[in-house]
Structures are given as structure tokens and as C-alpha cells.
Ligand binder design. Structure first.
Ligand code: CA
Length: 366
């Protein structure tokens, strides 16, 4: 079990395993048993996201009574973090676990299946994918690349990121070198920042060496494991850019079609289970990590002002409307996503959002 005591060094060091040696593990088909290769965008044994990949593989192995064994490769073991899509699309690996916004260069529509600025929360994302037409669009998009995708983890609301200078107004983003993937990165680029998208395992060194001035990653739990509190002064909230980031397990379509109906059902349900459990894991561990960051590490929290958030929101809307024009599937995905967002916002103001406000009223409870 990888717990909160895992050091940065233990999993980052693991990424140095020789890719060539790992590549020798050929898929084994013997006595009806299969070994499939899963490549990921995560450092080895990364708590939360990396372990979601490991754990869904374990679920599938157990539920198939060992008929399917999935060997999980961390970023850099078989292919680099950002090469997993091509590896699985071409059949060099059987499935990947990663964030879909990394593939926005293939089609802008991929952004919608991880997270977009001021978009859907984790609950709302599940509603859209499972019941709002999202999965059908995602299947159509992925099929163009010979892939079959599933939701397979969610981080919940992410944090604004780690900064060494305060963001008091929108001008403070000008010239800032920041790591932020997806369309959130495009928003900050338009606000004058110099934005990079680099894999998780490379962020700490980049920030330490001054290649970047600021970074977002996930939230208190994952960020504390990376050690950003040691090299950055302010921890900003909320993360406008990733309100509930979904991670995907996507399978090579030929491999998917070669599986029995029962095996397909097991994989589908294992992914749904992992989607739930990883979110619970983030929620539980973020809460305890936040306490540690505040009480033991004396981290200074900063909230983006309403003025800054409003400007970010306006630029986000501009980016979203332009992104929608990229191609036909992106336009249809945008329209479906937007309709779901509108419905969710109307519901939320009377349900979750309203309840959270009510729960914070100044009554005595304990
Ligand atoms: Ca992030």
C-alpha cells in the first residue's frame, strides 16, 4: 500500500527503469490467459493517479480469476508520458491511463474528457459521461484513433497552484512562467503568461531550477508528496482550470474487440469502480494533507480574488467558444458539454451549492 509516507524520491527514482528491458515483456497468450500492457502518464507508484492505474489492473486481474493480467508501466518505462496515446492507438501497447487533455493536439475535443476551465465538477462530469451523452461522443472521438475509452479516476476540484509571487491582479500573470496543461494553460497564455505542459515527474526540478516560476499539479495530497511547499511560497485556490479532472483508461480497439463480453463487462465495471474509489481517496487524503500543509509546513494560502477569477472566467469562455470551432466533433462535444453544464449549474444552486452555504451558517453543531 502506498500511503502518505511515500517520499518523492521513491517513485521518481522508479521512472529511470530501462525502457528497453521493460519492452521485452511480450504479451503472453497461453491457456486462454492474456497479459496486456498498460502504459501511463504517471511517475512510478504515484499515489492517487499512478495507483489508480495499478489498482484498476489488479481489479481486472482478480475479477477475471487471473485470465487477464495487466502489466502497468510508469511514464518512461516503455514509452514517455506523452507518447502513450500513440503507443496504444498503433497497438504497441494495449491500453493507457492518463489525462485526455494531453491529446488536445490530436483533437481539441479531448479537452472535454478530462477538464476544462470553469467546467464540470467530478459529480457533474459523471452525470454528463454516463447519462448526458458524453460517453457516446467520447467513443466516437476515440474510435477515430482506434481506441475505446472509460472514466477511470477523478481528482475532484484541483488547486490554483504554487507561486513565489502574489497574484493580486490579472496583470501579475504577465511574463509568469507557469506549468498548466489543457485549456487552462491557454487562458493563462492569453493573460500574458508563458505556459508549459510538462509531465508530473519533471515539475519539481523545473520549479526548483527556475525553468518555471509557478505550477499547478493537483491538490494538497499529491502536491505535498511532490514537495512543492519546500520551494514555493504561496498556495493559491481555487483551481479555475480543473474543477474535477477525469482520468481515462483507453484501450486499443482491436484488443477491446478481441475480449469476451464478460471480460469487456469486467473492464467497464472495474473502471467505474476505480473512478469512484480514487475520488474518495483524493477527498480523504486532501483533507488530511491540507491540515499538515497548514499546521506543520505553515504554508500560506491565497485565494484568487473575485476580480481575477472573473477575468479568468471571461477569457475561459472566449477560449471555449474558439475551441469549439476546431472541428465537427469538437463542436458537437462542446454543445453537449455546455448543455450539461447549464443544467448542472441550475440544479446545483438549489442542491449541493446551496447546502454547502447552509452548512457554513454560524450555528453551534459540535
Ligand atoms: Ca492539474
Amino acid at each position: 500500500m502506498i500511503g502518505k509516507k511515500t517520499s518523492r524520491r521513491s517513485f521518481i527514482a522508479g521512472t529511470a527503469v530501462l525502457g528497453a528491458a521493460a519492452g521485452l515483456a511480450a504479451p503472453a497468450i497461453a491457456q486462454g490467459k492474456r497479459t496486456l500492457k498498460m502504459v501511463t502518464t504517471w511517475p512510478k507508484n504515484l499515489p492517487g493517479l499512478g495507483m489508480a492505474a495499478e489498482n484498476v489492473a489488479k481489479r481486472i486481474n482478480e475479477a477475471t480469476d487471473g485470465q487477464i493480467t495487466i502489466r502497468v508501466y510508469a511514464a518512461g518505462e516503455l514509452v514517455g508520458a506523452f507518447d502513450v496515446f500513440d503507443a496504444v492507438s498503433s497497438g504497441n501497447a494495449d491500453m493507457y491511463h492518463g489525462a485526455e487533455y494531453y491529446w488536445q493536439g490530436k483533437s481539441a475535443a479531448f479537452n472535454f474528457f478530462s477538464a476544462v476551465p470553469f467546467g464540470l465538477t467530478s459529480n457533474e462530469m459523471n452525470a454528463w459521461i454516463y447519462y448526458g451523452g458524453g460517453q457516446e461522443l467520447w467513443d466516437e472521438l476515440s474510435a477515430k484513433f482506434n481506441l475505446k475509452p472509460f472514466l477511470c479516476a477523478n481528482t475532484g476540484v484541483q488547486w490554483g497552484g504554487w507561486f513565489n509571487k502574489e497574484i493580486n491582479n490579472i496583470e501579475d500573470f504577465k511574463g509568469l512562467k507557469i506549468r498548466m496543461p489543457g485549456l487552462g494553460g491557454e487562458v493563462l497564455r492569453r493573460l500574458g503568461a508563458s505556459v508549459v505542459s510538462i509531465p508530473g515527474g519533471e515539475i519539481y526540478t523545473s520549479l526548483q531550477q527556475g525553468v518555471i516560476d509557478a505550477t499547478e499539479w493537483v491538490g494538497p495530497w499529491n502536491d505535498m508528496i511532490f514537495g512543492f511547499h519546500k520551494i514555493a511560497k504561496y498556495y493559491y485556490w481555487p483551481g479555475f482550470h480543473e474543477p474535477g479532472s477525469a482520468l481515462a483508461l483507453s484501450i486499443n480497439m482491436d484488443v477491446w474487440n478481441s475480449l469476451s463480453k464478460s471480460q469487456q463487462a469486467i473492464i467497464r465495471d472495474a473502471c467505474a469502480a476505480q473512478n469512484d474509489v480514487t475520488l474518495a481517496e483524493f477527498n480523504a487524503n486532501n483533507a488530511t494533507a491540507l491540515a499538515t500543509l497548514l499546521e506543520s509546513h505553515k504554508v500560506e494560502l491565497r485565494r484568487f480574488s473575485d476580480e481575477v477569477l472573473t477575468k479568468m472566467g471571461a477569457v475561459s469562455g472566449e477560449v471555449m467558444r474558439e475551441t469549439a470551432k476546431a472541428d465537427d466533433i469538437t463542436r458537437r462535444t462542446y454543445e453537449s458539454y455546455l448543455a450539461s453544464r447549464k443544467n448542472s449549474m441550475r440544479l446545483s444552486q438549489y442542491s449541493e451549492e446551496a447546502f454547502w452555504q447552509a452548512r457554513r451558517l454560524p450555528f453551534v453543531y459540535e
